[in-house]
Structures are given as C-alpha cells and as structure tokens.
Ligand binder design. Structure first.
Ligand code: GLY
Length: 399
C-alpha cells in the first residue's frame, strides 16, 4: 500500500454539493447554539476530552476560535431571533477579551492574532462594536512589542531576547492579519512595517528545499542572521509537522492577500504541493506528514481544514486554471471531512470535527503531549470557516 495519494488521483474524489455544505453548516451552527449555555461566560479548552470540551477561563491561546465559531453562527443564523442570541454571546466574549488584554492575562506571547482577529476584529467588522476595536488595537500593540529588530521577526514565546527563545514559528503567519487590520484602521504604518518585516524573515527561512517547512526557526541574537530550524510539535527536526505545513498554506495565501507580492504565490504553490502530496487515501493528514497509510499514528483533521481555507483564499487571486485546481482540491478534502470526520450527533461530541491532534510527544520533539485524537477548537473553527467560504464566496474574512 502507498503511504500517500498520487497527486493525479485527486481528480477521482467527489466534491460536496451545495445541499451537503448547507446541511453540514446547519448542524455546526446547531452545535454552537447548544453549547452556548455552558460556553458564553466560559470558554472551551484547547482540546476535548473523549470528544467533549470542558469549560474554562479565557487564558489559553485558543479561546478566540470559539468566539469565531459564534460569529460564523451569527452570520449563518436562520432567523433574526437566533442572530440576536449569537450576537449577545459574542459581545459577552468580547468583553472578556477586552478585560484580558487590559489586565495582561496570559498575553506574553505572539498569539494575539489567533485570539483577537476571530473574536474582536470579527465583532467590530460585523457589528461595529467599539469595545471590540479597542481590544483588538491593544492586542496589536502587544504583538508589535514582541518584534525583534535584530533578525527582523516577532518572537513567539518566552522572555523577550532570551537566547533559547530567540525564534519565530510558522504559526505566526496567522497572527499578522491583526497588524494589517490595525494599520488600515488607525492609518499608522508601524503595524504594517512589523508585519512586512516578519513575513519576509519567516518565508525566507521556514520553507526547506523540498518545500516542507520548519515549525520553529532560531535567529542569531548578535548578528540577526538565520541560525537554525527546529521542531517543537513535529515528529523530528526535518520532518513536516502537518499543522505547520497547513499554517504555511494559509499563511502564504494571507500574506499574498495583504502584500500582493508575486513571489508569495510561488511559496504558496510549493508548500501546498508538499501538503497535498502527503495526504493519505482519505485525504485527512496524519499529525506529521512523515506518516501515511499503514502507519499506526494519529490524524490531525485540523490541518486539513486549515489548508482548505488557505487554498480557497488563494484561489481568489489566481488565474483561472490554478484557481480551479486549488478550489477543487479544497472542496474534495472538505467533503472527506464532512462525510468522515465531522460530528453528526451531539451525543458523540460537543465539538465539530473529530480526530484532531494538538501535540503528540515523540522521542525527538520538545512538546508535551495533549489532545491526541480529539476535537481541537481551531479544527472546529476552520471547519466552519471552510464551509462558510463555500457558502459565501465573497465572505469578508475576520483575518
Ligand atoms: N499554534 C499552535 C498549534 O498549532 O498547535
């Protein structure tokens, strides 16, 4: 048995029809609605336990994904009454995000975009809520405070300047839209300048010769020169962590959307080809792309839906043939998610997408194991975003 599909075989997979997409979204919205009593003042944890999320405080890097699900539900609500229910819940959560950034609760890291684009920028774009704008701008200020001029990058984790933390990670490409939004909103170029410097450093270094990607990359704190790549959540240094590669797919697409730099289309094609070439038969990647069919390893369904969103975003800017190719690939992967991985019955799970993997420990990586073969809250969010993108092709994205 081959570990991965041959790219040409992608042609043979079915695409979802509009009824399938609509009914998948309707179910997803009903899941969100059912969850509101438990998850309005509290937030789902990063991953489920036996497929059920438990509520917790707004402290992790992942809480914005849930609020993003609420805003997508607001956009898909069937009646004005239902819309109002989602709006109220979303606004309560925005207040929690405002408090969090004002009180600086667990914000000494770079994940401001994941947290504030989907909660507060979304709220501001959809409802004009002023507190949401205030919170998102404070988060953008916090994000640019992590910029390291020596090396030209946003430091991901840890004390600023620490040698063992003098690095960026590929995930940060999704934090940058907060800065582009802040630049547009305030007219202040400082936000865009940091985003531009970071994306330049990141894309120049994280993509390897074979088009796989590094999860994290260290810069030299004295010279600012690129130093070395290293994995944290991938299987080993030199393998391709599936979600990192997916962040690369969506990150290059978003990078192009904001900068219109031609070379980013090339980066997008390279990382996406590598991702697609390492899909197993059912199109749901294993947690590291080194694994494939026949390996007794966990999947990461969240990587699939992140890459789907990236392909759908990029296809908006490509010439016809390329655009059709990536849209088709995205639809085919999403259909597999709808049919095989999406939750169908609330008795099975209070999430949306089964079989995600947050972090799997290997003998060669540095992460702590968490959420293996579980729902992960960003997988749920991107699954809904992917469905929404197909339902509303000119969607005004939250990023
Ligand atoms: N940004 C952390 C992760 O994708 O697990």
């Amino acid at each position: 048995m081959e570990k991965w599909i041959a790219l040409k075989d992608l042609e043979n997979y079915p695409k979802p029809d509009s009824k399938e997409i609509r009914s998948a979204m309707d179910f997803a919205v009903s899941q969100v609605k059912r969850n509101l009593p438990e998850f309005t003042d509290r937030f789902p944890a990063a991953n489920s336990e036996n497929n059920f999320y438990v509520p917790g405080p707004n402290t992790d890097w992942t809480t914005g994904f849930w609020t993003g699900e609420i805003w997508l539900s607001y956009e898909n609500a069937e009646t004005e009454e239902e819309k109002e229910i989602f709006r109220k819940a979303g606004e309560i959560q925005v207040q929690s995000f405002l408090e969090r950034i004002r009180n600086r609760e667990n914000v000494d890291h770079h994940d401001m975009g994941f947290l504030y684009s989907l909660s507060c920028v979304a709220a501001y774009k959809l409802t004009g809520m002023e507190d949401a704008r205030t919170a998102a701008l404070l988060a953008a200020d916090n994000l640019i405070s992590r910029f390291q001029p020596v090396g030209g990058f946003i430091q991901a984790w840890g004390e600023m300047g620490e040698k063992e933390n003098y690095r960026f990670i590929i995930d940060c490409l999704l934090n940058l839209p907060l800065l582009y939004w802040a630049a547009e909103e305030t007219g202040e170029e400082k936000y865009r300048e940091v985003a531009e410097k970071h994306i330049h450093t990141a894309l120049a270094n994280v993509i390897r010769e074979d088009d796989s990607t590094w999860h994290t990359f260290f810069m030299n704190p004295e010279t600012g020169e690129p130093d070395h790549g290293a994995t944290c959540q991938g299987y080993r240094d030199g393998s391709a962590w599936a979600r990192g590669q997916a962040w690369g797919v969506y990150g290059t697409a978003i990078g192009y959307r904001y900068t219109r730099r031609e070379e980013y289309i090339g980066y997008f094609k390279r990382v996406t080809r590598y991702f697609l070439e390492h899909l197993p038969q059912d199109l749901c990647p294993y947690w590291d792309l080194t694994f494939g069919d026949g390996d007794e390893e966990a999947r990461d369904s969240s990587s699939a839906v992140i890459a789907v969103c990236g392909m759908l975003e990029m296809s908006k800017y490509m010439e016809k043939a390329d655009s059709a190719y990536y849209t088709d690939a995205a639809r085919k992967i999403l259909r597999q998610m709808i049919v095989k991985y999406a939750v169908k019955d609330p008795k099975d799970s209070n999430g949306q997408l089964l079989m995600g993997t947050y972090s799997k420990k290997s003998p060669y990586n540095t992460c702590q194991e968490a959420g293996v073969d579980e729902c992960v809250i960003w997988g749920d969010y991107f699954y809904m975003e992917a469905l929404h993108r197909l339902l509303v092709p000119d969607w005004k994205m939250y990023w």
